[in-house]
Write a protein that binds this ligand. Structure first.
Ligand SMILES: [Zn+2]
Length: 427
């Protein structure tokens, strides 16, 4: 009995003596000081510019909602929507085809009405903050391509949703939510193979130490790594990024060329760890499930509110929600609901991002490189927001949150972690 206690005691002392120096050193690593050292990398005009850019974005949510609603209101109040429906139904006897013709007209007209706002937010403002690397002509060409895609997809979406409205007048909102969800899933599936190549040139990450490092990380987590794509994002923007896109067989990890040209191999590894986290943790499907809930709520609200709005405006000459001329009214309510759901949407995305961060730290084991990436991303994302600000407006953890978690990870996982004086390599 005594000998057992003695042996246990000896083992405990032995264990303590092994862990003591580590514990003592870990104590020296001050998470708050290390975090502050990184946060101080972004100071002065660079910091105020990033804050201004991001805070301006809060107002953009409001103004964009108003501009979009105003466009829908205009096409309703001027009687254009009713005129377009009459024109479309006069062209063909098939209701589905008439609905599609109407959708084409509505997409074109609302794109024209909101064009000044699109130019300001998409080009002028980005250029003002030094994030744009495209000429106005090239940017416009990209917008044109996006319009062509919208002109193909919107008529199909309208035809299917109005078919649901006409066939199941009471429960069309459930069908509408399901169909929209289906369209979004289909769009995510074809995004990397059909849509992204229209805007970017995709090439394989060249063979070399970086590719080997990424492939090794991917293999360790059973992620298909035959193809690792690099997109020439630099033709559009100066932002660094990477993503996991696609669905099922089309899933792929894509790195932006900016990421490779502007950051070190450790930083790329830190980002890839994060992206692999999205893949391994099945975030695409989890987010998709949340969006199904969001669409159901949105369609239910639209189905409840819009008939009353239409009834109050006989001058719009809309017969009911089954009349395709009601589309701008449905879209107006949907726009308002989606704007109100922004914090909810952000919370869904942010929780997945937080998990991917934790996964990335575990697999890449590069807390300092990850902290540097957080600083670089804060060129256009406010680095140190308030608690509620982050909850409402951030769809990714803020730079401050990410750096603090990385430094905490370093303290918890790196034996003898030491403070390094962070330097942001010029990019
Ligand atoms: Zn992410």
């Amino acid at each position: 009995m005594q000998s057992t206690i003695q042996r246990t005691g000896v083992r405990c002392i032995a264990l303590l003596s092994v862990f003591m120096p580590v514990a003592a050193m870990a104590q020296q690593f001050d998470v708050e000081r290390a975090t502050r050292a990184y946060l101080d990398l972004l100071q002065g005009p660079a910091r105020s510019q990033s804050d201004a850019y991001f805070e301006g974005g809060y107002w953009l949510i409001l103004w964009s909602t108003l501009v979009t609603c105003l466009a829908y209101w205009l096409v309703l109040a001027t009687g254009f929507s009713a005129w377009l429906r009459t024109w479309a139904t006069g062209r063909t006897r098939r209701p589905a085809l008439a609905t599609m013709l109407y959708a084409l007209g509505l997409t074109l007209v609302t794109t024209i009405i909101t064009l000044p706002w699109t130019i300001y937010t998409g080009f002028v403002r980005e250029a003002q903050y030094g994030l744009m690397s495209q000429s106005f002509a090239l940017w416009s060409f990209d917008q044109l391509k996006a319009l062509v895609i919208a002109l193909i997809v919107t008529p199909l979406a309208f035809a299917s949703i109005y078919a649901a409205i006409r066939r199941t007048p009471r429960f069309w909102w459930a069908w509408g939510a399901g169909l929209t969800w289906g369209f979004v899933l289909l769009a995510s599936a074809v995004l990397p193979v059909l849509i992204a190549p229209l805007f970017f040139t995709m090439s394989e990450l060249p063979a070399g130490p970086l590719r080997e490092r990424v492939v090794k990380m991917a293999r360790a987590h059973e992620i298909p790594a035959e193809h690792i794509y690099v997109a020439d994002l630099s033709r559009q923007t100066k932002r660094i990024s990477a993503n996991v896109s696609g669905l099922g067989p089309t899933v792929q990890i894509t790195l932006a060329d900016n990421l490779i040209s502007r950051t070190s191999s450790d930083e790329v590894a830190a980002v890839m760890g994060h992206e692999m986290g999205h893949y391994v943790l099945g975030h695409v499907w989890r987010n998709a499930a949340w969006y199904a809930v969001l669409f159901l709520i949105m369609f239910l609200a639209v189905a409840r509110v819009t008939p009353a709005i239409i009834a109050r405006h006989p001058r719009w000459r809309i017969e009911g929600v089954y009349d395709v001329a009601s589309a701008p009214a449905l879209l107006l309510v949907a726009t308002l609901v989606m704007a109100l759901a922004t914090p909810f949407e952000n919370a869904i995305v942010r929780s997945a991002e937080t998990e991917a961060d934790a996964f990335g730290l575990d697999v890449a084991r590069q807390p300092d490189a990850f902290a540097l990436i957080a600083i670089r991303l804060s060129e256009y994302r406010k680095l140190e927001p308030g608690h509620f600000e982050e909850m409402l407006f951030f769809d990714h953890p803020s730079g401050e949150t990410r750096i603090r978690r990385a430094m905490q990870w370093k303290k918890d996982h790196v034996p003898g972690a030491t403070m390094i004086k962070p330097v942001l390599p010029s990019s």
